[in-house]
Design a protein around this ligand. Structure first.
Ligand code: CTP
Length: 387
């Protein structure tokens, strides 16, 4: 599957470094040419000979290795590569990439490569949550890196928390997607909504919901990668905009309706992943002063999907159903009422998480259960079901 592809695998000093050996062996099974670059810390954890044996190539430990035929491997190899994947990637390596630093072979290659770039963080939960690491991770996504994980699970310190490197099989699937992903959506125009709308109560307060926007952004990313022209109508999500995606920012249900109505005209599919407020405050007013109590009179917002359903045409309409009970029954009802082609039924536990699970139901009543997976994996499955 990966014949003819050159992959540089960077390994840094996280205990999951031993899992990188599985990665090399799987990549070799798939016929990729693999070169391993290790930091000095990684070489303390796993012997370079392991990677040399598995990859069949010398392991790059520094910039001055005599063993590699080309004189400047960090340039020649990184130019030749189709993909640089760093797994596991420590907080330190993420920070170096974010800062544009190049003080070892791997960080130098990270800076000089024009290949696709994937990074699988692996570290202690508190390190991952550290605002500096969070900011660096966000920054490298903006610089064109794809991130996979980290996942929740047992950490080296014994804690059950976030920080575990994604499993090698998941990383391999992402690599395949990145290198041999079908461009099967080329020529399609897709409108996607994401995030949660806000309805103003007074000039300083609003009604909101817990949607992070991650699901809609993951669909936008997957669709764009598969060649579609994607417009993402985003309500109050602070997430990096996927490469190639046109972003329209909105705040309220009303603004979202206007943006969708404008964009849906010539879209081949509209995917409403956003959590749209069902109610808004009836009357506009100045800042409400404190008192004993408060009664807000709410009125219904317009149902965006229902409005589209009237003049559906050939356009595919996809909805999300958020349910706390009778998941499938309620989702089927929404599918029928909103004249949808497909609905993804899920529970509130997916809110804010990097992973999701749910049930896909189509017009014919066919149902596919999607077990817990990365939101990008779920996104791909949803796209597969639409087209
Ligand atoms: N939706 C919409 N406009 C609204 C409310 C929801 O287009 N004003 C869309 C959502 O984006 C989603 C689907 O309709 O794709 C179902 O949303 P959901 O909140 O699960 O259901 P509701 O239709 O709002 O019904 P209820 O809240 O009563 O379950």
């Amino acid at each position: 599957m990966l014949k003819g592809k050159t992959i540089i695998l960077g390994v840094t000093g996280c205990i999951a470094a031993y899992k990188a050996a599985t990665l090399v062996s799987r990549l070799k099974d798939l016929d990729a040419e693999v070169w391993v670059v290790m930091t000095a810390e990684a070489a303390q954890l796993v012997g370079p000979l392991t990677f040399r044996t598995l990859s069949g190539n010398p392991v790059i430990l520094d910039l001055y290795s005599q063993e590699i035929a080309t004189p400047v491997p960090h340039i020649s190899l990184s130019q030749k590569a189709d993909l640089l994947v760093i797994a596991p990637a420590t907080a330190n390596m993420i920070g170096k990439i974010a800062g544009g630093l190049a003080d070892d072979a791997l960080s130098t290659m990270a800076l000089s490569t024009t290949a696709k770039k994937l990074l699988a963080p692996g570290m202690n939960c508190e390190m991952w949550r550290n605002p500096a690491v969070a900011a660096n991770s966000e920054k490298i996504v903006k610089l064109g890196w794809e991130l996979i994980g980290p996942e929740e699970g047992k950490l080296a310190c014994g804690d059950l928390d976030i920080g575990r490197m994604s499993e090698p099989e998941e990383i391999i699937s992402r690599i395949i997607e990145l290198l041999v992903a079908p461009r099967d959506l080329k020529g399609k125009k897709i409108l996607i909504t994401a995030g949660g709308t806000r309805e103003q109560i007074d000039p300083v307060r609003y009604l909101a919901n817990r949607s992070s926007g991650k699901m809609g952004y993951a669909i936008a990313k997957a669709a764009s990668r598969r060649g579609a022209a994607v417009t993402l109508i985003s309500a109050n999500a602070s997430l990096p905009v996927p490469a190639g995606v046109r972003l329209v920012e909105v705040e309220s249900a009303r603004e979202m309706l206007a943006a969708v109505a404008g964009g849906a005209q010539n879209a081949d599919a509209v995917i409403m992943a956003a959590a749209v407020a069902d109610f808004k405050v009836k009357s506009k007013r100045a800042k409400i002063k404190k008192g004993k109590g408060l009664v807000l009179e709410l009125e219904a917002t317009s149902d965006i999907l229902k409005k589209l359903a009237g003049k559906k045409g050939k356009r595919k309409l996809v909805g999300f159903a958020l349910e706390t009970e009778n998941l499938v029954k309620n989702a089927k009802k929404k599918l029928a009422e909103k004249n949808l082609d497909l609905i993804f039924a899920n529970g509130p536990e997916n809110f804010g998480s990097d992973q999701a699970r749910g049930v896909l139901i189509d017009r014919a009543g066919r149902r596919v259960d999607l077990p817990l997976a990365d939101k990008e994996t779920i996104a791909s499955r949803i796209l597969d079901a639409i087209f």
